[in-house]
Design a protein around this ligand. Structure first.
Ligand code: 3H9
Length: 712
């Protein structure tokens, strides 16, 4: 086909236009993901204007350069003054084009990217394409006609499901839904797009605005879908701002003329843009990508990991084994005797049996995975592996003995990792003749599900081992956070302070039930005492006893949890802890006997209980978390505040829509956080000592985000 380049459009170098016969090919070329920044919007508008004005153009074909069609609006522009043309304007202009406009989709057509395609008159997609309206995951809603066009095209139920879940549909599903008109036969998006457009021209297919599509014709079905979505959203999206706005906009698609629906969508979209949830979720989006870029990943080449070993077949070891198996690695598990090994294997199998029971895995698939699983009671079986992760009992002497064995049997160059959650990894590494190969890989339980992986970097580890750990995290689909060695690293160190602050509140007058409820209302899935009951009170008790000899005698120590443990009340597994769990119930009910024990403890230490509002509870707990997070950043244990945010979101249930504790601190203002810390410091100068980092930033009027940016 002859190709005639038009004169280059200097105002929009991210858009190129070329003629292919009578088809104007418009290529969006804005790496990395063709986001719809202002230059792209301008270029698209200019291209459509040109197509309408040029008698030689019979049709327009939109294609993305690189790996995607268009990933959506440029998220980095949100919160800045908007520059014209707006995205809705561009979509409307495409739809109003007098020549047929075809969108040929490969890779991502997400959010505004899909809305551009919905503005077009015809859509084609390759099978591997990802189409969706994921704005809800950023605290937003589709804001360029998606809430009005998608229901008209594919019906209210399907459109709402896509918009409320934010999930991506593949090309075949999108075709089946009616989101695209044709499924491409090959991955050659340009050839497919040109052929489709040619065929449309040959059949004299005209323009076909999506606003005129008729999938809402069955009004009763649409109304029922909207009502069901509203109910579901009330139940599932507690505390979230944008999901209900999506339902409201979809209802407008049913009840209002198109242009009025668009106007309402715009109004609701701008409300979402202004919400702190949007800021929190977009912070989380970028932070999640930033954490994966530790300095070592730039400077060093990762070692190859083709075979893995796991030492320990308990819950943690088995979960790690499943995570590695799921990533396609062969895994060798080591246990001390046949019985323990059989239990370890059974743990692994139980995970897959659970998936089979839920219909998410076939028995054949399980059998195939299990062929990659081996067990042994002899360390020699680890001689050929490239990586070993130790997950044995949390005791320094035990860990050292394991590492001595690993040092003896593992090949040179193997990465030796410990899953310790707080022990000194430098000390463990020193037990080997190869500390440069020893690193911490701190998984969270259940290790095959929880996304967080703390990569703990001891002093002598080599950069390529750190880079290997980050590469492994990618393979395991984890969110890696780089942490330095200290007691508890990032997450558990903050957890300890959070728990202590909660204990102080409890002893001073708040009930554990009020504290839990306040924290749940803040957005955590569970309060601190529900977590204790779930994890088992005995675990924390053992740690407290172990640390007792090194505890600062001047530090306040609350004994309430110890009293419960002395009764053998370890939480869910014993039927009672802070809560009662009658007959194995998983949701606890308040226990008057626990309240009596708390009262007795208050009397014993001479405390007259005071009352707290839920807001005061949250302020104290968050002040404690933020303060410790700041100390962790200041000491270099975390690279940046955003690393603390990702740790708490992915490992500890911190509400993602608040962006993490450090982002939350910026939202309320560091001056306000500091004022709280100074007020609490009057009560207990040791525990509430404000972090010098917060003091310094607040005095300069700066925030944690400035540190993220400086490091980026
Ligand atoms: C929207 O569209 C609103 C409209 O309805 C209405 C407007 C009026 N903008 O993820 P990756 C960056 S809201 C700016 O690592 P992958 C990303 O930060 C938007 N930048 O690659 C990274 O940068 P860096 C709705 C973006 O291959 C780089 O691109 N759309 C955007 O694993 C590579 O990203 C979405 O929510 C963006 N929209 O995955 C889709 N997207 O290299 C969001 C990415 O500096 N994006 N970047 O770290 C995604 O889901 C994935 O990026 C995608 C590619 C699946 C596209």
């Amino acid at each position: 086909m002859p190709e005639t380049p038009l004169s280059p459009d200097t105002s929009a170098p991210v858009i190129t236009r070329t003629m292919h016969g009578k088809i104007l090919l418009v290529t969006i070329d804005n790496p990395p993901v063709n986001a719809l920044g202002v230059e792209v919007r301008r270029g698209l508008l200019a291209a459509i204007e040109a197509a309408d004005a040029d008698a030689n153009v019979a049709a327009v074909l939109l294609v993305g350069a690189g790996r995607n069609f268009i990933a959506g609006a440029d998220i980095r522009e949100f919160g800045k003054p908007p520059l014209p043309p707006s995205l809705p304007e561009v979509c409307n202009r495409i739809e109003a084009c007098r020549k047929p406009v075809v969108a040929a989709i490969h890779g991502a057509a997400l959010g505004g990217g899909l809305e551009i395609a919905l503005g077009a008159h015809y859509r084609l997609a390759v099978a591997s394409a990802k189409l969706g309206l994921p704005e809800v995951q950023l605290g937003l809603m589709p804001g360029a006609g998606g809430t009005q066009r998608a229901p008209r095209l594919i019906g209210a139920a399907a459109a709402l499901e896509l918009m409320l879940s934010g999930r991506h549909a593949g090309g075949a599903e999108a075709h089946q839904l009616g989101l695209v008109d044709r499924l491409a036969q090959s991955d050659d998006i340009l050839a497919e797009g040109l052929a489709y457009t040619q065929a449309l021209l040959a059949s004299h297919a005209g323009v076909r605005p999506t606003r005129a599509a008729t999938a809402l014709a069955d009004r009763d079905a649409a109304r029922a879908a909207i009502d069901a979505a509203r109910k579901d959203t009330e139940r599932k999206s507690r505390g979230l701002f944008s999901p209900m706005k999506i339902v409201e906009a979809a209802e407008a698609a049913l009840d209002l003329p198109f242009d009025q629906g668009l106007a309402l969508e715009r109004k609701l979209f701008l409300q979402c843009i202004d919400s702190p949830q949007r800021a929190g979720l977009i912070h989380a989006f970028f932070a999640e990508r930033e954490v994966a870029k530790a300095p070592e990943t730039r400077d060093a080449k990762p070692r190859e990991i083709a075979r893995a070993g796991v030492v320990g077949g308990g819950t943690m070891g088995a979960g790690i084994a499943v995570a590695a198996l799921d990533a396609g690695l062969p895994v060798t598990m080591i246990e001390r005797d046949d019985e323990a090994l059989a239990r370890g294997r059974a743990h692994v199998e139980r995970v897959y049996d659970g998936l089979i029971a839920k219909g998410r895995m076939s028995a054949d698939a399980k059998a195939a995975v299990m062929t990659r699983f081996n067990g042994s009671t002899s360390y020699e079986a680890l001689a050929g592996v490239d990586l070993v992760i130790e997950a044995v009992f949390e005791d320094m002497a035990v860990k050292k003995a394991v590492f001595a064995e690993l040092d003896r049997v593992c090949k040179r160059g193997a990465v030796l990792a410990t899953n310790t959650s707080y022990l000194d990894i430098d000390e463990i590494a020193a037990r080997t003749s190869r500390p440069a190969d020893v690193i911490g890989l701190h998984f969270f339980s259940p290790a095959n599900i929880m996304k967080l992986l703390e990569i703990v970097v001891p002093a002598k580890v080599s950069a390529d081992v750190v880079a290997t750990a980050f590469e492994l995290a990618k393979k395991l689909r984890k969110v890696p956070v780089r942490a330095g060695v200290c007691d508890g690293f990032i997450g558990n160190r903050i957890l300890a302070v959070y728990r202590t602050a909660a204990d102080y509140l409890m002893e001073d007058g708040a009930s554990p039930y009020q504290i839990d409820a306040a924290i749940r209302n803040f957005g955590y899935p569970m309060g601190p005492y529900q977590v204790v009951d779930l994890a088992g009170g005995d675990i924390g008790w053992a740690a407290r006893k172990r640390r007792a000899p090194t505890r600062d005698p001047k530090a306040r120590y609350v004994e309430i949890a110890d009293r419960l443990c002395e009764h053998g009340w370890f939480g869910q597994k014993t039927g009672r802890g802070f809560y009662l769990y009658p007959e194995g119930a998983r949701t606890g009910t308040p226990d008057p006997e626990v309240e009596a024990i708390i009262d007795a403890e208050r009397r014993r230490v001479g405390i007259t209980p005071r009352s707290y509002t839920d807001e005061e509870i949250v302020r104290r707990l968050m002040a404690a978390v933020i303060n410790e997070g700041a100390n962790i950043v200041r000491e270099g244990i975390a690279l940046r505040p955003l690393d603390v945010d990702m740790t708490l979101i992915y490992g500890y249930g911190f509400p993602r829509y608040r962006g993490g504790p450090m982002k939350y601190a910026d939202t309320v203002g560091l001056a306000a956080v500091l004022a709280d810390l100074r007020a609490f410091e009057q009560e207990d100068p040791l525990f509430w000592k404000p972090s010098p980092l917060i003091v310094g930033l607040a005095e300069r009027g700066a925030d944690f985000a400035s540190l993220d940016q400086a490091a980026g």
